[in-house]
Design a protein around this ligand. Structure first.
Ligand SMILES: C=CC1=C(C)c2cc3[nH]c(cc4nc(cc5[nH]c(cc1n2)c(C)c5CCC(=O)O)C(CCC(=O)O)=C4C)c(C)c3C=C
Ligand SMILES: [Fe+2]
Ligand SMILES: [Fe+2]
Length: 336
């Protein structure tokens, strides 16, 4: 029997390969998740399996083919590197595992490996700094669904968010300092978007619009994704001395109109229309580079910007395996 603690890092997941069938299978698992498409069961089945997945899979597969490297999908290989580096830091006291919410390595298969080790304690760390039900909530939901079937349930610690962790902020600050900020006309903090309906659901019979989420985090809005995205931005802007008028918070990857605004692609277009030539884009909701950063920001926004007279959209590299990100995760584990 082991007296160590088991640590489970969880990231979103990526297709097993960029083939249309693997992308279809990934999108189907992802979008059939009731925390992602939060509509009644039958409607979700019809919409996702009948419309979204069949149309989206071939298009997404083309984009995944561009993203794919000899090491596979960046989201997975960066996450594996983080897991290995964190394991080195915690050798002797903690065993570190990595699972993906969708596809592989799956949460049930990794938890089964962990169950057999009979740990006294498990620490579950989703790799999403800002809480959203569609990301953190879904990963934790899946962990609990599996663990509730175990005969022995060990001591369990769940990490819900860390949008203001000083080492997470410092990691992105260092990434930002790899660029000469003064060279850029404007700076975007582009977060993964969410349906407004899902943001509102963290409030008991109230709406996000009735809170001061763009300016403060308090007891009522502390799990509001919009509020924590703005809070992360304020901390980063302060550390990097970026004045308010020189940056914009925006939300990318929307699937329909009623998602958090302003939309990143529209902000990119507006910047170009205003005559800006160079913009720098941070994407702090992603701790590893992936389709949404490398392709959506690095390539698609570049095209939009150029089409409207701009010149360069520069993506700030994600944390990937930055030593401060490993330090951040180590700190989270050791404090818990
Ligand atoms: C910050 C974490 C994420 C949240 C919150 C999130 C919400 C969310 N996403 C979709 C739909 C898609 N997202 C896709 C890719 C994708 N999403 C995240 C993270 C969050 N998503 C990551 C890290 C990635 C990249 C994965 C990779 O393999 O690199 C995709 C697939 C790509 C595509 O076809 O465009 C979809 C679809 C919804 C609907 C949603 C909340 C409701
Ligand atoms: Fe997503
Ligand atoms: Fe809010």
């Amino acid at each position: 029997m082991s007296s160590k603690t088991g640590v489970l890092l969880i990231n979103l997941g990526t297709p097993d390969s960029p083939s249309v069938s693997d992308v279809r299978s990934y999108l189907s698992q992802f979008l059939n998740d009731p925390r992602v498409i939060d509509i009644p069961w039958l409607l979700r089945k019809i919409l996702v399996n009948g419309i979204i997945v069949p149309f989206r899979a071939p298009k997404s597969a083309k984009v995944y083919k561009k993203l794919w490297t000899e090491n596979g999908s960046p989201l997975l290989y960066h996450s594996v590197n983080v897991k290995n580096l964190l394991q080195k830091e915690l050798e002797g006291t903690h065993d570190v595992y990595l699972a993906m919410r969708y596809k592989n390595p799956s949460i049930p298969s990794v938890l089964e490996e962990m169950r057999k080790k009979n740990y006294d304690r498990l620490i579950i760390v989703p790799m999403f700094p800002q809480y959203a039900s569609a990301s953190t909530g879904s990963a934790l939901d899946e962990v609990m669904r599996v663990i509730r079937t175990w005969w022995v349930i060990p001591e369990l610690k769940i990490i819900s968010q860390y949008y203001d962790h000083p080492l997470y902020i410092k990691g992105f600050e260092e990434r930002g300092k790899q660029h000469n900020l003064a060279e850029y006309d404007h700076i975007l903090f582009s977060y993964h978007g969410l349906p407004e309906r899902q943001v509102d659901k963290v409030y008991d019979s109230d709406l996000c619009a009735n809170h001061n989420c763009e300016h403060e985090v308090d007891e009522d809005n502390k799990y509001c994704y919009k509020a924590t995205c703005y809070a992360t931005t304020r901390l980063l802007a302060e550390k990097l001395n970026i004045p308010k008028e020189k940056y914009t918070v925006c939300f990318q990857s929307r699937l329909d109109k009623k998602w958090l605004e302003p939309f990143s692609d529209k902000v990119v277009e507006d910047c170009a229309r205003k005559g800006m030539k160079k913009i720098l884009v941070f994407s702090p909701a992603f701790t590893a580079d992936c389709l949404e950063t490398t392709i959506e920001i690095g390539e698609e926004y570049q095209e939009i910007f150029e089409e409207h007279g701009g010149e360069k959209v520069q993506l700030v590299e994600s944390l990937n395996s930055h030593p401060l990100w490993i330090e951040c995760l180590k700190d989270i584990v050791l404090k818990n």
